[in-house]
Write a protein that binds this ligand. Structure first.
Ligand SMILES: NC(=O)c1ccc[n+]([C@@H]2O[C@H](COP(=O)([O-])OP(=O)(O)OC[C@H]3O[C@@H](n4cnc5c(N)ncnc54)[C@H](OP(=O)(O)O)[C@@H]3O)[C@@H](O)[C@H]2O)c1
Length: 256
């Protein structure tokens, strides 16, 4: 079964496509021959990525500015997506931010920012896509990018962990509600992967110690999520919904 070929011709929205995992998913989808819509706030980065993908032979890349923390921006982005092509087939709800610091010192502003981006943003994007699919009488696939921190907690990232646990529960709850409409909702729970979000962390003593607690003793690479993304996104996973799957070098089953 060629999972990449199953994505060819599908229209795929990737949020947070301007860097890290989202950029990787956009490259994957474009390489499979999908019509990719790349969304984020940093438009210059999206334009550069679209240019590069075009040069590599993927002319069907649409750039859309979208701030998932703003409902108006999400509405504008979906209007632009509607105007620029067919209905979406797949939504990769990847945009996210982190927080650092002890719970006792976290500001309300930072707490709100992580919830508004990681939870409300993913929810509103999922809703916009699902309403269109329901109106059209057809299904679609949503892949949420959660985290192993949606399953287990870690020191000094409480708002982020809360937000990712919410994404895990959102995935299951929406899968339950939307199964009757043929809309599948699944989540990838990545372990630690070197991206801008975690930049600077891996050279510190704390970062090195963290890597030693991963059973495979290394960080993941963005492309190591690709097989799971394709399974969830395509009909290869046609009977898969509400699944939240860790992919983490064994980190979640590390010894207590
Ligand atoms: N790296 C890891 O170890 C790891 C592990 C588990 C889960 N994750 C999750 O994977 C996802 C991607 O993270 P990453 O590691 O690739 O980090 P990253 O390189 O910092 O990328 C984050 C992406 O989210 C976008 N974003 C942030 N706020 C946004 C907003 N308000 N509206 C629209 N886009 C927004 C950013 O684009 P703009 O700034 O251009 O808007 C950027 O493209 C996140 O949900 C993260 O929680 C990462």
């Amino acid at each position: 079964m060629d999972l990449g070929a199953m994505l060819a011709g599908k229209r795929v929205l990737v949020t947070g496509a301007s860097s890290g995992l989202g950029e990787n998913f956009a490259r994957l989808a474009a390489g499979c021959g999908a019509k990719v819509v790349i969304a984020a706030r940093r438009k210059a980065r999206l334009d550069a990525l679209a240019d590069e993908l075009g040069r590599l032979g993927s002319p069907q890349v649409t750039v859309v500015e979208m701030d998932v923390a703003s409902e108006a921006s999400i509405a504008d982005a979906f209007a632009a997506i509607d105007a620029s092509g067919d209905l979406l087939d797949v939504v990769v709800n990847n945009a996210g931010i982190g927080t650092a610091g002890e719970a006792l010192t976290v500001s309300t502003k930072d707490f709100d920012a992580v919830m508004t981006t990681n939870v409300r943003g993913a929810f509103l994007v999922a809703l916009r896509a699902a309403r269109r699919w329901k109106e059209a009488g057809r299904g679609g696939s949503i892949v949420n990018i959660a985290s192993i921190q949606g399953e287990r907690v870690k020191h000094r990232v409480t708002p982020y962990s809360i937000s990712k646990a919410a994404v895990v529960h959102m995935t299951k709850s929406l899968a339950l509600e939307w199964a009757e409409h043929g809309i599948r909702v699944n989540a990838i729970e990545p372990g630690y992967i070197g991206t801008e979000m975690t930049d600077g962390m891996w050279e510190t003593e704390q970062g090195k110690a963290l890597i030693q607690r991963i059973p495979m003793r290394r960080l993941g690479k963005p492309e190591e999520l690709n097989g799971l993304l394709l399974l969830m996104a395509t009909d290869a996973g046609a009977w898969m919904t509400g699944a939240c799957v860790p992919i983490d070098g064994g980190h979640l089953c590390s010894t207590l």
